[in-house]
Design a protein around this ligand. Sequence first.
Ligand SMILES: [Zn+2]
Length: 313
Amino acid sequence: MIIDGHADISGYLIRQKQQGRLSALEDDLLADLQAGGITGVVNAVYLSEDELADPKKSALAQIKEIKHQVELSQRMELVTSAHQFEAAYKRDLIGLFLSLEGAEPIEQSSDLDLYYDQGVRFVGLTWNRANRYSGGCDTPDIGLSDSGRELLDRMSRKNMILDLSHLSDVATDQALAYYRGTVIASHSNARSYADHVRNMTDDQLIKLANRGGVVGLNAMSKFVSQNHATKEDMRRQLDYMINLCGEDHVAFGFDFCDRLFPEADSKSFDVLDGHEQAFDFLDTLRLPDRIKDKLAWQNWLRIYETLNDKPSA
Ligand SMILES: [Zn+2]
């Protein structure tokens, strides 16, 4: 069993649909997920520049599309709690959670109810850019706004999970101090090993662990190492974060992009060749099986146990 805490699947499905490909989940991604032993994945609703023109419409379109294709596939199931995830696993289905990567679709904080009702249980307040709720990692001096704090209050009343990946340093510190619910960094690495603003400082990682949170190891090369990243660098990132945070606070948030954004002109690449290599990567870790199980799924499951439980029908 392996859970991937971050994948931008729904935007990919929309882009493929625009080209007339109506079952890209089944056609392009499912075999890869299954080959790699992936049993759970958090889909991030990430909006491109174009989609930001009408963020609510775009986000709801992504959610509708992924739900539709999940249903078509008959091999995945939308889940909103640990209980539902485990029930899906027992039926051999990949559990799919929904997350917002950037809160722009929440046009006013009361909109949160709309997304919650759609099954969204994770929110990252920003992508790299600043918005009405918070600064992002491209705006290092902008922290949480009053609207951001109001949104966090609403999220904690619903036991939703706050994702710190992409927040500015100031906002990360403020959110760690302010948010009363569960905090994670779904797809970030250690800045001490790869000096990039998207990665977490040692201080942030320690605070996250002290709050009971989990950080997901990101497989994008630019976040793994500043020099042409290798699988060995990924193992070192993992070792570094385990040594710093403890084995209960590290998991996977691979953020594979090569397949999902083939058009992107990026110098970064996926250090693993997609989900299909996830199991092999886990296998090569020089760690006892007890710790591998924590990284692969137990730590994420502990986080999901903090969500409101709604046994599946
Ligand atoms: Zn991201």
